[in-house]
Design a protein around this ligand. Structure first.
Ligand code: AMP
Length: 392
């Protein structure tokens, strides 16, 4: 099926043709008619499924042409996600005169004030800075017709729900179409849905905890004091084009980047203690291919759309099993193949087992050839089989 029968406007269809999208993804096929009809929508879709286009294409079709008032607000939990939606808008609005503005913290107010004064059709924002603009009266939400709450569960986790509620209360209720994207709808989000949405349609594309099928997962058991040595050896042995190494802590990320650099790798780092300018710069040099290794904490794991990441390495296991799915969602996107390699130690075995329960698959354990492994019970099949009955 092509994009033509979905009912999107011609300039939007031309824009996706220009991007060489051949057919709509399942979330796009299912969400587009609902959104073009003006209905509210709650959707959960796997990362990398084309979720951003699923909501932006119908909104852009309905916005049609520029008007000097802000009619669409897209809320995102992180600066990177907001910036990424704006990148998509640059592509999707190519044949229209629609304007948009990116609003997030960590940068000055000057440019944002100037752009907002021109009343862009669309504002893509993180909640904190958006509230600042509302308080400073540099932005009004009184003309909002389309409201998107993206990664709503993440906004809840990050403590943004009170801010999001304050923002929604400043939007008109009449003639407002509200869209909420979230892997899960915990009770507090359910309450918000109750007062902020009008008899929403619901869509679920695949199980939210299912990683893309194009990703090959493997586990590398190792003794704790050989973790870093193994990471270096894996990097030496891999044929990668671009790789993200995830760590649990900011300090861990800095330490790994430093040591990888000493070992001759070109590396950039993203975590929340780095300035916005540093984060943007790091992401840009990783995306344009001038740097092949990105070391990141979980801040980068949600929703970042980086083309052609061939490998994700988990240097340590995320505490929250869902973050594993988000981390590895960085590879195998839009049906490309990807590899997810996870290093783990005996202390992390329980976390590995919760991930396997979540994704419903036992992940293959592998050993790196010629690596001088020291003994750990994880490498001892007899010890492993002795452990199993105790777990039952
Ligand atoms: P998302 O799930 O929104 O982060 O999108 C993941 C990637 O898929 C992005 O790089 C999009 O540009 C790309 N994409 C979205 N829709 C399509 C489509 N219908 N055909 C091909 N690529 C797409």
């Amino acid at each position: 099926m092509s994009f033509q029968p979905l009912g999107l406007s011609d300039p939007i269809i031309h824009a996706v043709q220009r991007l060489r999208y051949i057919e709509p993804s399942p979330i796009q096929t299912q969400a587009t008619p609902i959104l073009l009809e003006g209905k509210d929508l709650i959707a959960s879709a796997q990362t990398g499924t084309g979720k951003t286009a699923a909501f932006t294409l119908p909104i852009l079709s309905r916005l049609a042409a520029h008007q000097p008032k802000t009619r669409c607000l897209i809320l995102e939990p992180t600066r990177e996600l907001a910036a990424q939606v704006v990148e998509c808008l640059e592509d999707y609005t190519f044949f229209t005169d629609l304007s948009f503005c990116l609003v997030h913290g960590g940068v000055g107010y000057g440019t944002q004030n100037e752009k907002l004064a021109k009343r862009p059709d669309i504002v893509v924002a993180t909640p904190g800075r958006l509230l600042d603009h509302l308080e400073n009266k540099t932005l009004s939400l009184s003309d909002i017709e389309y409201l998107v709450l993206d990664e709503a569960d993440r906004m809840l986790d990050m403590g943004f729900l009170p801010d999001v509620s304050r923002i929604i209360r400043q939007c008109p209720t009449e003639n407002r179409q509200t869209m909420l994207f979230s892997a899960t709808i915990p009770p507090r989000l359910q309450t918000l849905v109750g007062w902020a949405m009008k008899t929403p349609e619901t869509l679920s594309i695949g199980r939210s905890a299912t990683p893309a099928e194009t990703v090959r997962h493997v586990l590398y058991p190792v003794a704790a004091d050989q973790k870093f040595e193994l990471l270096l050896a894996i990097l030496e042995n891999l044929h990668y084009e671009s790789i993200i190494v995830f760590t649990r802590t900011k300090m861990g990320a800095d330490r790994i980047s430093g040591t990888l650099e000493q070992a001759g790798h070109k590396v950039v780092t993203i975590h929340s203690d780095r300035s916005q300018a540093e984060r943007t710069q790091s992401l840009a040099s990783f995306k344009d291919g001038s740097v092949e290794v990105l070391v990141a904490t979980d801040i980068a794991s949600r929703g970042l759309d980086i083309d052609d990441v061939t490998h994700v390495i988990n240097y340590d296991i995320p505490e929250n099993p869902e973050d594993y799915v988000h981390r590895i969602g960085r590879t195998g996107r839009a049906s490309r193949k990807g590899d997810a390699l996870t290093i783990f130690t005996a202390a992390e075995l329980e976390l590995v087992q919760s991930i396997e329960r979540l994704i419903g698959v036992e992940i293959e354990r592998v050993k790196l050839d010629h690596f001088p492994y020291v003994y750990t019970t994880l490498l001892d099949p007899k010890a492993a089989s002795r452990r199993k009955p105790r777990r039952r």
